[in-house]
Design a protein around this ligand. Structure first.
Ligand SMILES: C[S@@+](CC[C@H](N)C(=O)[O-])C[C@H]1O[C@@H](n2cnc3c(N)ncnc32)[C@H](O)[C@@H]1O
Length: 220
């Protein structure tokens, strides 16, 4: 499948999922209270681990209905992007209904282009979003995440795998643009794309119930 067809499929499929039941496709079995509590815990831990302040700027990539973006917005400046207009509509409604700071919810209308200025955010974080992105378009998606980071900014992404082996190979990479498969890309695969963009892996980071890898820009 061509890159432009994969991007179109991602927007179409995620709109359908969001329309059907956005929580079904994001909660992994949690009930509503557990879902929002998980975002609260992630936000709390991210702020502590990264030393975020109210003026820090964070991009939540693939924000869904705002599980992380909404609680994080009470602690710093948040821009939350998603490819699905329907997810974003539900995220805005959730932000109005819940205790939220100001979140700039923005749709990725011309994927992979992220509607955020160059070198403008201190950290980019994704939660359960990259795992759905086919490998064929991953280099350009990651390049966009790097583009918006300030020098020395952090990129926090999920690398393989379920058994903790970060060097394990990605599963299901050649599945012709399927937009649902939960793939697990390895650290090696990310490094092959990110090192030429000036990103180095600096640590792992645990926030809420997730452990992800943290890359930093321009540290070498
Ligand atoms: C499993 S949901 C996770 C949502 C949210 N991060 C959370 O943890 O609740 C995956 C999200 O990624 C979004 N997404 C999928 N492909 C994307 C892409 N190429 N660019 C941006 N967002 C994408 C989907 O629309 C969906 O909201």
């Amino acid at each position: 499948m061509k890159a432009k067809d994969i991007h179109a499929a991602m927007a179409r499929d995620w709109n359908e999922r969001a329309h059907e039941d956005p929580f079904l496709y994001t909660t992994t079995g949690a009930n509503n209270d557990q879902y929002w509590a998980s975002g609260e815990a992630m936000a709390e831990d991210l702020v502590r681990a990264l030393g975020l302040t109210p003026t820090s700027r964070v991009l939540d990539y693939g924000c869904g209905v705002g599980r992380l973006a909404i609680p994080l917005s009470r602690r710093c400046n948040v821009t939350a992007v998603d490819i699905s207009a329907t997810m974003l509509k539900k995220a805005r409604a959730a932000a109005s209904a819940r205790a939220s700071g100001v979140v700039a919810f923005k749709r990725i209308t011309k994927p992979p282009k992220v509607p955020v200025s160059d070198a403008s955010v201190d950290a980019v974080v994704e939660v359960m979003a990259l795992q759905h992105i086919p490998f064929a378009v991953m280099p350009k998606v990651l390049a966009e995440m790097v583009r918006v980071l300030k020098p020395r900014g952090f990129l926090i992404i999920k690398a393989a795998s379920d058994d903790g082996d970060l060097l394990g190979r990605a599963r299901d990479r050649d599945d012709d643009g399927n937009t649902w498969t939960a793939r697990t890309y390895s650290l090696e695969e990310y490094e092959a794309i990110l090192a030429p963009l000036g990103m180095a892996m600096v640590s792992t980071i645990t926030f809420g119930d997730r452990t992800q890898v943290m890359f930093q820009k321009d540290v070498t």
